[in-house]
Design a protein around this ligand. Structure first.
Ligand code: URA
Length: 208
């Protein structure tokens, strides 16, 4: 069974309060989502492996340590895009794949409409990113898409989760650890997380 980590940090809590507030406008919402993306990445990458590398400092030669694997960030379109800049800021060597998933209105099954990944995704540590882990359908489909390209080292990164989404992801992908900034109560009948923060994509991009 995968682990679920709800990241507790005063700065994350403070910034979550900002994005939950419906009075927060698009610019600040977008900037704050990005900042939280940066903070959660610091925690999520804590167990990444490093390898020694000889480095010449201005004074002498020393053994330094660098990340063992390349990192690939995979935002799920479109809300996932909001967290990419913050993550990329602290892992600038990361490449970025993209995944688009839509839900068939009749079968309710998620389908891939866009996928573009770096060639070495199979050897990389992959962060699949979507701020809202609601039903878990899109996240599960996106992870399946990444696995189909050979990736085995995958983490899911979100801001707000709920029991329904966590349960689905753990059932479909027991090998994928889940990292969240907050774990909320439930989904409502319209598929929104309660208390949540509303439609993250709309709030990021100023749409309705
Ligand atoms: N997607 C969102 O943007 N918000 C929710 O509450 C659930 C899914």
């Amino acid at each position: 069974m995968s682990k679920v980590v709800v990241l507790k940090h005063p700065l994350i809590d403070h910034k979550m309060a900002k994005i939950r507030d419906k009075a927060t406008e698009t610019k600040q919402f977008r900037e704050t989502v990005s900042e939280i993306g940066m903070l959660v990445t610091y925690e999520i990458t804590r167990d990444f492996e490093t390898v020694p590398k000889m480095v010449e400092t201005p004074i002498t030669t020393t053994t330094a340590y660098v990340l063992k694997k390349p990192v690939v960030i995979v935002p799920i379109l479109r809300a996932g895009l909001g967290m990419v800049e913050g993550i990329h800021n602290i892992i600038p060597s990361a490449r970025i794949g993209h995944v688009g998933v839509y839900r068939d209105e009749e079968t309710l099954e998620p389908h891939e409409y866009f996928a573009k990944f770096p060639l070495d995704i199979a050897d990389s540590a992959v962060l699949v990113v979507d701020p809202m882990l609601a039903t878990g359908g899109s996240a599960s489909a996106a992870i399946t898409m990444v696995k189909r390209r050979g990736a085995t080292d995958i983490r899911f990164v979100g801001l707000v989760g709920c029991p329904e989404g966590v349960k689905r992801l753990q059932k479909d992908h027991p090998d994928v650890d889940i990292y969240l900034a907050a774990m909320d109560e439930r989904l409502n009948e319209k598929g929104y997380i309660v208390p949540g923060l509303g439609d993250c994509g709309d709030r990021l991009f100023g749409t309705k």
